[in-house]
Design a protein around this ligand. Sequence first.
Ligand code: DX5
Ligand code: ZN
Length: 223
Amino acid sequence: MPLPDQIAPSILSADFARLGAEVDAVVEAGADMIHFDVMDYHYVPNLTIGPLVCEALRKHGVTVPIDVHLMVTPVDGLITDFAKAGASSITFHPEATQHVDRSLQLARDLGCKNGLVLNPATPLSALDHVLDKIDMVLLMSVNPGFGGQSFIPQTLEKIRQVRARLDTCDQPVRLEVDGGIKVDNIASVKEAGADTFVCGSAVFGSDDYAATMAAMRAELARI
Ligand code: DX5
Ligand code: ZN
């Protein structure tokens, strides 16, 4: 079941000293949602931002969906805190929680969309038994932890395989891809079956956010 394309700029590559203005700028430039990368220097070798920053963005007036990507372990406490802080969707890595089904349900019980994140080497069997309980699958096309890495080309085949599995679901499930997406490869990511595109350095590293996202949309429209 095809869903409309969505572009999700990752604020990991934003200027954190001016975060509110940066988010306003990408929303003005056409972002469908804000991708919010949470790293704990434990699950991944980097440390970023937590629920206080999410809440601050909501207080600043951000109304677009905030898509929280948890790269932390354990996850349940932060699912609760981010739901309270205004997250719209919360995804986590299945190996980072003791009880995947419980964590998925927790996010939904708190009014958020949920999803599982698969690292480049995580097998698709991580989706077994939960496909009817998730709103999105986030496929990593780089190893998690840093912005600005190169897209791992083998991801395209993995996207196709996830797409085939999601097409068997009764309910629509978003297929989001995260890492190394640029104007020159976003079309191939869509062609493989993705509908949601995380773009960090490609957007925030450009001089003109609107022009970059317009170029991405033009590429998506070709498929
Ligand atoms: C990596 C993060 C990504 C990252 C993407 O661990 O999950 O969301 O910000 O950045 P780019 O688009 O620069 O690869
Ligand atoms: Zn991410």
